[in-house]
Design a protein around this ligand. Structure first.
Ligand SMILES: Nc1ncnc2c1ncn2[C@@H]1O[C@H](COP(=O)(O)OP(=O)(O)O)[C@@H](O)[C@H]1O
Ligand SMILES: [Mg+2]
Length: 260
């Protein structure tokens, strides 16, 4: 009798122990799963917010560009054409002396040629014709000449790739990234030398850009429109990039990309 109730007791205890363990396990899995799902949702939210941030920057850049173009057109074209129009009306006024006619025509000529020059410059800033006609290689050469002409730094350029063979979108992406990097060095870095190198690494292509300027402490909130644009351009190329910079230590960006 004694042993029988003992067995039943042991059985009940074991059963209860198993039940408790099972409950603990169920709760453990339930809560850890909930935690994993929560983390997953937080990660997704972060990604969505980042995408939104990029989209906002793209739209903002577009608006800033539009404003700049509108201002350029207004200041350099419309205002001049206005005076040309006034001058040409003057030409039909009666009793003008020959010298007055000469003066007005000279004025019209001068204003139309500056307006023409400005429209060329505006079009060039928007999209360099040399890039369209001769591809990225020529576009980069032109960029280098333009930036060297500021006399702020020297630019060393070397290239092992055939850039013009890349897809047009890859070429344009790389061109815009280089343009922003050069602008940043000019605007912020106080550098003596810039190095631009294109090379092949295993199955991928690389662009290494460095300047020996003042550098900066990199952080998410430090990123302005320029760096966010670089980020989205490289994203569009399915590329990756690594920035190394610190105060007084120059700036380096290595971009790894594939052709599209
Ligand atoms: N080559 C560089 N040398 C030093 N500082 C830089 C360089 N590039 C970027 N920076 C710093 O990073 C900031 C963000 O750059 P960016 O996103 O291009 O915005 P913006 O040029 O409009 O200020 C700059 O304001 C500058 O402080
Ligand atoms: Mg910038």
């Amino acid at each position: 009798m004694e042993t029988k109730s003992e067995i039943i007791r042991i059985f009940i205890y074991t059963f209860l122990a198993f039940m408790t363990m099972a409950t603990v396990l169920i709760f453990f899995f339930y809560f850890s799963r909930k935690k994993i799902i929560k983390q997953e949702i937080e990660k997704r939210n972060l990604e969505v917010n980042y995408q939104k941030e990029i989209l906002k920057t793209v739209i903002l850049t577009q608006e800033t560009e539009r404003k700049r173009i509108a201002q350029d057109l207004h200041d350099e074209i419309s205002s001049k054409l206005n005076i040309v129009s006034l001058n040409s009306h003057l030409l039909i006024s009666p009793n003008l002396s020959v010298s007055e006619i000469k003066e007005i025509t000279a004025n019209i000529n001068k204003l139309t040629s500056t307006a023409l020059e400005s429209s060329r410059r505006i079009a060039h800033d928007l999209f360099p014709p040399v890039f369209e006609k001769f591809g990225l290689e020529a576009g980069i050469q032109e960029l280098i000449v333009e930036f060297k002409s500021t006399n702020q730094f020297d630019i060393q350029y070397s290239n092992q790739l055939n850039l013009n063979e890349f897809n047009k979108n890859t070429q344009l992406g790389l061109f815009r990234v280089l343009q922003e990097l050069l602008h940043n060095t000019l605007k912020h870095a106080v550098a003596n030398t810039i190095n631009i190198t294109f090379f092949r690494e295993k199955d991928t292509f690389c662009l290494l850009y460095t300047d020996d300027g003042i550098g900066f402490k990199i952080s998410e909130d430090k990123k302005g429109m320029g760096l966010i644009n670089i980020d989205s351009r490289i994203g569009l190329l399915n590329g990756k990039y690594f920035i190394k910079t610190a105060p007084k230590n120059g700036f380096e960006i290595k971009i790894i990309f594939n052709d599209l």
